[in-house]
Each structure stands twice: as C-alpha cells, then as structure tokens.
Design a protein around this ligand. Structure first.
Ligand code: PBG
Length: 325
C-alpha cells in the first residue's frame, strides 16, 4: 500500500532512514509460482519465456521443492497436452491421469508445504484452442451449458486430486457458481475458488499461448474476455458478480498495464485480490535486458513493487525463481 506523506529531502538523502522508512516489497509467501506441467518426463525451456520451462510431473515437483525451500507458499499448475490428443469438448481437461491431477496427487503425497492451485480453463484441451465448448465455430460463440459443465468437471477432478484452490480463467458467465455447485456436490467443500474475475482480451498473453499450446486456431478471445478500453466500473461489476457466485478470491489480469483497475478492485473487493503479472510482461523485461536496453534486476523489482503498491494481496509471476534466488 502507498505511504502517506512525502519523504523530506533530509530523510531521502540518508540511506539508513530511506531504508527504515521504505515500503515493504513482496515476500515469497505472497507469491504464487506458475508451473507448466506435461505428460512424460524431462524439461524444455519455453522459447518466448527465457528461464521458464515445461516440466514432466517429477521435474515439476523437484522445481517446486526448491521454491518451497525458499519460502514460497503457493503454486499454480497449467496443464499442457499434445495437440493430437485434443478434442472439441476438451475431455482431456478432467483426465484423472493427466498432468495436473498427477502433480496435485504427488504434491500432497509428498507433503509439499505449499497451497496447490490449478488453473481451470479449456483452451489447452480443445482442438480449436478456445476457452470453452463452441456453439458456433463461425461466430466463435461459447455454448454455455456445455462450457460450464466441462469447467466444473475439470475443477472437480483437480480438487479431488488434491488442489487447494481452483482458478477458473475461461471468462464464461456463471463459471464460479457452476464450479462451486460441482465441488459441493462432490463433497469438496474445502476447495477454494480464485476467479480470474477481471481478465482482459490482452496481447500480453502471447508467450503463454506458445508455452501452453493454447492459441486459438481461428479468431481471438474478444467474444468472452474483457475489452481493455472499458474501465473500472465493468471490472467492479465482474468482481461483485463473482463474489455473489461464491468466489473466495478474485484476480486482475494482466497486472502492470491495469494498475488503475487493480487499485480500484482492491478498494471494493470483500475478498483477497490476486494480480497476475502475465507472460508478456515477463517476456518484455527479458527481451529488453537481453538487448542491453534496461537493467533486468532493477526493472523486474520495480514492476513487482508497482503491483504491490496498487494493492494486490498476492501476485502470480514468472519472476518467482528470480525473486527466490
Ligand atoms: C487460460 C490462461 C491464459 C493465461 C492464464 N490462463 C491464456 C489466455 O487466456 O489466453 C495467460 C497467462 C499468461 O499470459 O501468463 N485461459
């Protein structure tokens, strides 16, 4: 949160007073570590996200154990599947032997001391790459009942495998209520929902789509994600709606280009607010530093500080390993 008042010059010029009066930065316990997980074994660096890998389940667990040692308290898993196996109805999303379920089970079996989050979306699992089941593949309209049923089924599978938090990111109206109903019907009352409530149709997701193999084969996501030109009022309405449906946490995504929205959501939300510093935000820092245009450490720290200052309670960021090291 922002400091009140100014730091007079006599205080600002003294390094000890400057440090004493400085605002806190993120602690690892407040950071959610993203992890891309695949079937099979090994690890492959993602071309658009230098330093970030896709891992087999065993390797993902080893990566997370290292983060656990550094004090990180949360991770979020994104499943990645081979394109040949995908179907229009995204049935791989709830495969109990799939990589996300497997990682959840292993993390619990090995008593990893981190809250396990699972991203819940269909775009990594549909043959067309859209976030739901399509009613009209020409108009790219989501079919509501089928989409909600599939999202709920996937969330229940992850929760049954051990997820502490499920995080729906499909931007389908009613997704939180549908998932809450599915979890409760399955006796999974203790699993929390973090909704990607405020999620813009953003170009900054580019590297993620390469990482997760989830780029739509046709069209874009403007038919269900939010218009970046619309402002705070719409964001607050989305948050209120998700809270009414039972969201235990709400998210704003991307983070850096939407700090005005993040600050407003923090003022209004009745539950914790998560900010997602997305793949493109990370890739920009890496690329600019690689080109000698800016100092990576300094700018990475500043980008995270801005998100904290805007009021986020937790942050999802690809900078986690850099922060811990
Ligand atoms: C799944 C999902 C996406 C991201 C998180 N969950 C991609 C998208 O909506 O296209 C993006 C995260 C990032 O860019 O780091 N729908």
């Amino acid at each position: 949160m922002s400091a009140s008042g100014r730091l007079p010059g006599r205080l600002r010029e003294n390094a000890h007073l400057r440090r004493a009066l400085g605002m806190g930065s993120w602690e690892p316990r407040q950071v959610v570590v993203p992890v891309f997980v695949t079937r099979g074994s090994g690890k492959t660096e993602i071309a658009g996200l230098p330093g970030i890998y896709r891992y087999g389940v065993a390797e993902a667990l080893a990566f997370l154990k290292a983060r656990e040692q550094e004090g990180f308290a949360n991770f979020i898993a994104f499943g990645v599947e081979e394109s040949g196996m995908k179907t229009p109805d995204a049935s791989l999303a709830w495969d109990a032997s799939g990589p996300v379920c497997e990682l959840m089970r292993r993390a619990k079996a090995e008593r990893l001391a981190m809250a396990a989050w699972a991203d819940v979306c269909l775009c990594q699992y549909t043959s067309h790459g859209h976030c739901g089941v399509l009613e009209d593949s020409e108009a790219l309209k989501l079919e509501p009942a089928g989409t909600l049923a599939a999202l709920s089924r996937a969330a229940v599978a992850y929760a049954a495998a051990g997820a502490d938090v499920v995080a729906p990111s499909a931007c389908a109206d009613g997704q939180v209520a549908a998932i809450r109903a599915g979890l409760d019907a399955g006796g999974l009352w203790h699993t929390a929902i973090c909704s990607y409530s405020v999620k813009y149709a953003s170009g900054f997701y580019g590297p993620f789509r390469e990482a997760a193999g989830s780029a739509p084969s046709k069209g874009d996501r403007r038919g269900y994600q939010m218009d970046p030109a619309r402002g705070v009022a719409e964001a607050l309405a989305e948050v209120r709606q998700d809270e009414a449906e039972g969201a235990d946490m709400v998210m704003v995504k991307p983070a850096g280009p939407y700090l005005d929205v993040l600050a407003a959501v923090k003022r209004e939300a009745g539950v914790p607010v998560v900010a997602y510093q997305v793949s493109g935000e990370y890739a920009m820092l890496r690329a600019a530093a690689e080109a000698g245009m800016l100092d990576f450490d300094r700018c990475a720290a500043e980008s995270l500080l801005a998100i904290k200052r805007a009021g986020a309670d937790l942050v999802i960021t690809y900078l986690a390993e850099w922060m811990g090291g």
